[in-house]
Write a protein that binds this ligand. Structure first.
Ligand SMILES: NC(=O)C[C@H](N)C(=O)O
Length: 427
C-alpha cells in the first residue's frame, strides 16, 4: 500500500488525505477518474470521485481530497483513492510545462519545478546533497558554515562581487568607523584552513560567487561549492585519493533506489559512468603538455591548458576522469605550497568528460613569510601560521559541474533551481 501523508487530525481513523496536482481527468458514467501527481517520483495515483464533487477539477489544479484507499476495479493499478470530499485549492490558468524546451523553461525559472523532468532533477539534486553530507560525516568530517560576506578575494582572480552597503548609517560613517569593502565569497578555503587547525577534518557545501563575464554551458555566477580541508596532509597524492573516492561514491549513489527512480523520469541521454575499480589516471602538468604537443597541439607550458586541451586529455585517457598535478607557480594562487625549487605548486585539477575542470586542490603553504612575499596581506590568515597550524591540504568541487558530469546534463543552468549568470538574475 502507498504511504500517504496523514495530517495529525486524521490519525487513528481510516479516512486519509491525498494532496497533489491533477495530471489528467477522465469522465466515465457517474464517476470521474483523476490521475494525481503527489510531487514525488511515484507514478500518479488514481483518484475516483463522484461527478458531483469533482466538477471544478481541471488538469493542473492543486487538489486536496479525503477518502480511503481501496483495491482498484481497473487493471492498470492495484489500488486507487476513493474520494469522499474533494476541494480544488489552487487553479492553473495554463498547465503546459512538460512539452516546453529547456530554453523556454529556463526563462521562467519560477515555474520550472512544474515540469515533470525538472522536478525529478531537483529531487535527485537534493538526494545527492544528502549523499555528500553522508560521505563526509561518516568519515568524521565536521561541517562548517563559512561566511558569504568577506573582505578577501581568496583566489586573487579579481572575479569578486562587491557588496555595496546602502544603509544611511554606514554611508555617513556616523558610527565613526571607516567603510571597508566587502565581497561575496569566491571560496571558503581560507576560513576552512582556520578551522581545520583543531578539528582535523572539515568541509562545507554552500554558495560561492564569481563575477565571471564568461557565458558558457559550464559557468554560473552563483554556484554551490563543496570544499574540504584535512590537517596533517602533506602530499598531492593523498588529496587526489580523497577526491577520487568521493566522485566514485557519488557515481555509486546513482544506483540507490530513491535516486534511480528520479533518473528514470529524467531519461538522460548522456549519463556518464566510471568503472569503480579502475584508478583515475594521474599525470603531471609537464607530461600533459608534452602529450598534447605530441598530438599536434600548440599548447606550451607557459600558456596553460585551455578547456579544449583539458577535454583532449580526458579523451586521450579513455574518457576517464584524470588528475593533472604540479601546475607551474605562475598559474596558481599564492596559498599553494611549492616544490623545493619553487617552480611547481603542490596542486592538482581533476578533469572530466563534458565539463573539463571539475575539482581543484592543493597542499597549503605553511610559511607566513613566503605567503607575505607572494603578496598575501590577510593578517588573520597569516597569524594562523604562527599558532600551531599543521600542514593542511584541501580541494573544491563545483557541485553543479559534478551534477552535469554525473547526470550528463549539457547546460549547467539546468542543474540548479534558480540559475544566475552574467547579467541574468530574473527572479
Ligand atoms: N577549497 C579549495 O581548494 C578550492 C579553491 N580555493 C578554489 O576555489 O578553486
Amino acid at each position: 500500500m502507498r504511504r500517504l501523508f496523514l495530517p495529525q487530525y486524521h490519525r487513528g481513523i481510516s479516512t486519509k488525505t491525498l494532496d497533489g496536482w491533477v495530471k489528467s481527468v477522465q469522465k466515465s458514467g457517474k464517476n470521474v477518474f483523476v490521475k494525481v501527481d503527489e510531487g514525488t517520483a511515484r507514478e500518479p495515483i488514481q483518484l475516483v470521485a463522484d461527478k458531483e464533487i469533482s466538477q471544478e477539477v481541471k488538469v493542473g489544479s492543486a487538489i486536496r481530497a479525503t477518502g480511503s484507499i481501496e483495491q482498484s476495479r481497473g487493471t492498470q493499478q492495484e489500488t486507487e483513492f476513493v474520494a469522499e470530499q474533494l476541494r480544488v485549492v489552487g487553479r492553473d490558468e495554463n498547465p503546459r510545462y512538460d512539452d516546453l524546451s529547456s530554453d523556454n523553461l529556463r526563462k521562467k525559472a519560477h515555474l520550472r519545478a512544474r515540469n515533470v523532468q525538472f522536478a525529478a532533477l531537483l529531487r535527485a539534486r537534493s538526494a545527492l546533497f544528502r549523499e555528500t553530507h553522508e560521505f563526509f560525516m561518516s568519515r568524521d568530517f565536521i561541517h562548517i558554515d563559512t561566511p558569504k560576506l568577506t573582505k578577501n578575494d581568496c583566489e586573487g582572480g579579481g572575479e569578486v562581487f562587491d557588496v555595496v552597503t546602502t544603509s544611511s548609517d554606514s554611508l555617513n560613517g556616523s558610527d565613526g568607523l571607516k567603510e571597508e569593502p566587502m565581497y561575496l565569497s569566491v571560496s571558503s578555503q581560507l576560513h576552512l584552513e582556520a578551522m581545520v587547525s583543531r578539528l582535523q577534518r572539515v568541509y562545507t557545501l554552500g554558495p560561492a560567487f564569481r563575477a565571471e563575464k564568461q557565458q558558457s554551458h559550464a559557468h554560473l555566477s552563483e554556484f554551490y561549492m563543496l570544499e574540504a580541508e584535512i590537517a596533517f596532509v602533506e602530499t598531492v597524492e593523498e588529496m587526489c585519493s580523497v577526491v577520487e573516492s568521493y566522485v566514485k561514491y557519488m557515481f555509486s549513489c546513482l544506483d540507490k533506489p530513491n535516486i534511480k527512480s528520479e533518473l528514470k523520469i529524467l531519461t538522460l541521454e548522456n549519463k556518464n559512468s566510471v568503472p569503480i575499480s579502475t584508478p583515475f589516471p594521474r599525470i603531471t602538468y609537464d607530461d600533459a603538455v608534452d602529450l598534447l604537443k605530441s598530438k599536434g597541439s600548440k599548447v606550451t607550458a607557459k600558456s596553460g591548458l585551455s578547456k579544449k586541451n583539458e577535454l583532449d586529455l580526458v579523451k586521450l585517457h579513455g574518457n576517464l576522469p584524470i588528475f593533472v598535478t604540479y601546475y607551474p607557480v605562475n598559474q596558481k594562487p599564492f596559498y599553494m605550497a611549492r616544490t623545493p625549487d619553487e617552480t611547481k605548486t603542490l596542486s592538482f585539477d581533476l578533469l572530466v568528460p563534458m565539463v573539463g575542470e571539475l575539482a581543484g586542490g592543493s597542499v597549503r603553504e605553511s610559511n607566513a613569510d613566503k605567503l607575505r612575499q607572494r603578496g598575501c596581506g590577510i593578517e588573520w590568515y597569516l597569524e594562523t601560521r604562527k599558532r600551531g597550524q599543521p600542514p593542511t591540504a584541501g580541494f573544491g568541487i563545483g557541485f553543479e559541474r559534478l551534477l552535469q558530469y554525473l547526470l550528463g546534463i549539457q547546460n549547467i543552468k539546468d542543474t540548479i533551481a534558480f540559475p544566475r549568470w552574467h547579467r541574468h538574475c530574473q527572479c
